[in-house]
Design a protein around this ligand. Structure first.
Ligand code: DOR
Ligand code: ZN
Ligand code: ZN
Length: 376
């Protein structure tokens, strides 16, 4: 068995590797529980797509022991009442650990900061996407940048030149900012340049932007290819891989955004792809194991200030070949953009805080086993 576990050291987390044989060419890799800083759990308001139960089952099946949920629910999570509604459901239903990001609206500039203790980060939508949370008003944008506590993560959905606006406002307010789902080469170059000049900017990439391009749109279909940011070019995809390998991109975040197959195939298809159950299988073999642990565990944990999960690990069979099939998934959405893809490497088991939470396709952790990473 190959054993990879984070070990605290003076400067950073390092990883120790030891190989324990387990028969001829069979082996199981032990990795730290994966952390996804960007998922959509759809509760309240969209539980026919996903809820805290189905979404955290999907997380465990994908090797994730902690997920951070976005606030673009219906209604969006912008005040203590809506936040409490989602957190109460999570408390009852979640099977893996979780946190929630608060939504930045035009009307909650003052109130948001008072809720900072209860959430992981503040999410600002600078562009149009799913749900009503787009923040077009410059005064509100700058107000949130100025008031949200500096030690708390501030995340932006910002595409193209919106990234320039987000970086500039963060710079003017002397604060860090985390750019969600970078998808274009030009965006990455801007982030790299800003970092080289001392800007406190981190960023993430989604698996679909690493494995799919606009050339895949015809075979996905007109509704199923819809996602924000949109699928980009092959040159953009190559730049994202280079950014991931060189460390300009800090995290892999699935942006698990489930909508039902009927919705994707219907009129006005909503944008978004499910991703929790395919991310690890896609990334295994494409990244070195230490790179994978950095972008799927260590960096998300550090950037979002998450507590250690004691006695928590996953076991992965790196040689297991499988074919992605929506019918075998735990997500309620019933489809995947990777249908039919052959992957090598699969989660065998997940142990979360000392309890066997998932084994060979079956979720074993009960609803409510998941804990909030913030004060509950
Ligand atoms: O494609 C997307 N879907 N992009 C987003 O930013 C939101 C997400 C959703 O919530 O469905
Ligand atoms: Zn987004
Ligand atoms: Zn998202």
């Amino acid at each position: 068995m190959l054993f990879i576990e984070p070990v605290e050291s003076r400067k950073a987390l390092f990883f120790c590797l030891s190989v324990l044989s387990r028969g001829a060419c069979m082996g199981v890799i032990r990795l730290p529980g994966l952390i996804d800083p960007h998922v959509h759990m759809r509760e309240p308001g969209g539980t026919h797509k996903e809820d805290w139960d189905s979404g955290t089952c999907a997380a465990l099946a994908g090797g994730y022991t902690c997920v951070l949920a976005m606030p673009n629910t219906l209604p969006p999570l912008t005040d203590s009442r809506t936040l409490e509604r989602s957190l109460a459901a999570a408390r009852r239903k979640a099977r893996c650990d979780y946190g929630v990001h608060l939504g930045a609206g035009a009307g909650n500039v003052q109130a948001a900061a008072s809720l900072a203790e209860r959430v992981v980060g503040l999410k600002m939508y600078l562009d149009q996407t799913f749900g009503p949370l787009q923040l077009g008003d410059l005064a509100a944008l700058n107000g949130h940048m100025a008031r949200w506590p500096r030690q708390r993560p501030l995340l932006v959905h910002a595409e193209g030149s919106s990234i320039a606006a987000a970086l500039q406002l963060a710079w003017l307010n002397h604060r860090p900012v985390h750019v969600c789902h970078v998808s274009r080469k030009a965006e990455l170059e801007l982030i790299r340049a800003a970092r080289e000049r001392g800007a406190l900017v981190t960023c993430e990439v989604a698996p679909h932007h690493l494995f799919l391009t606009e050339d895949d749109a015809p075979s996905l279909g007109p509704g199923r290819c819809e996602v924000r940011p949109r699928l980009a070019t092959g040159a953009d995809r190559d730049a994202l891989w280079a950014g991931l390998k060189s460390g300009v991109i800090d995290c892999l975040a699935t942006d698990h955004a489930p909508h039902t197959a009927a919705e994707k195939d219907g009129e006005n298809p909503p944008p978004g792809f499910p991703g929790l159950e395919t991310a690890l299988g896609l990334m295994l073999g494409r990244l070195e194991l230490d790179e994978l642990v950095a972008v799927m565990h260590t960096n998300p944990s550090r950037i979002f200030g998450l507590p250690q999960q004691p006695e928590t690990w996953i076991e992965v069979d790196p040689d297991a070949c499988w074919v992605v099939t929506a019918g075998q998934m735990h997500s309620r959405c019933g489809w995947t953009p990777f249908e039919g893809r052959r992957l090598t490497g699969r989660v065998r088991s997940v142990t979360l805080r000392g309890r066997l939470a998932f084994r060979d396709g079956e979720v074993l952790a009960p609803a409510g086993w998941g804990q909030n990473v913030r004060s509950d």
